[in-house]
Design a protein around this ligand. Sequence first.
Ligand code: NAD
Length: 259
Amino acid sequence: MTTDPGPELARATDLSGATALVTGAASGIGYACAARLATAGCAVHLVDLDRPSVLRAASELDGHPHVADLTEESAIGRLPTEVDVLVNSAGIQHVAPIHEFPAELFTRIQHLMVTAPFLLIRHCLPHMYARGWGRVVNMSSVHGLRASPNKSAYVAAKHGLEGLSKVTALEGARHGVTSNCVDPGYVRTPLLEGQLAAQAEANGITEDEVADRVFLHHSAIKRLIEPEEVAEVVGWLCGPGSDHLTGTSIPIDGAWTAH
Ligand SMILES: NC(=O)c1ccc[n+]([C@@H]2O[C@H](COP(=O)([O-])OP(=O)(O)OC[C@H]3O[C@@H](n4cnc5c(N)ncnc54)[C@H](O)[C@@H]3O)[C@@H](O)[C@H]2O)c1
């Protein structure tokens, strides 16, 4: 069965007329994605827990700010439903061995990085299905493709997100909706800076040494990734010509996962 692409969106050379919703948009990769989609012509809704930062980001991008804790289902219910492009980027990280990992924090990480994307996808799909066009991009990680010690909650959540993204692709295909994961290695953002500081303290070495020995150890390109480099792939996944690219996971990792 073919799907009538219907809206001008499917034929557009850019994303003018489309509406995007980006979570975690106050900072890092989410902000870069919001900026990239705004440049492509989208009206952008920026969702984040951090009120001052999301207000500032929305003002910079001429977008619409939404202050929301995505671990609360009621907060998701208040977000707009008329969304053509959904980017799930909000995330947190905690590093500890399983036998010391706080159970409440494990649950919160699953909620933010698996349940919230599920609820948001469910929230936005009826509009995308009605239009016969939509794009879902889930910000996974190389840790959605492989494991690392001491990152149980993060690895479990990203693997869960990979599965959710694939099922969304299977169900969305006949409605003109694609769903993909993007899987970065280490990206220069506040989240990474927190990890750098924690690992430097835990191992008694400098942050530069952590970056060289730990974060860049697996990368054939010996520099951290910039958020804009990730956003460029997201923009391409949402742009014209990407109809058949669905159900995939795209590493942006300097050949880390090629090892
Ligand atoms: N930085 C990296 O190296 C890297 C690598 C691979 C994947 N990622 C993924 O990219 C995504 C973005 O990470 P980043 O590095 O840009 O981090 P970041 O800390 O710069 O941004 C994350 C944003 O999520 C928001 N957020 C956190 N909890 C929230 C909640 N409960 N409700 C709403 N918003 C909330 C934060 O306020 C923040 O603005 C995450 O899913 C992360 O796992 C990051």
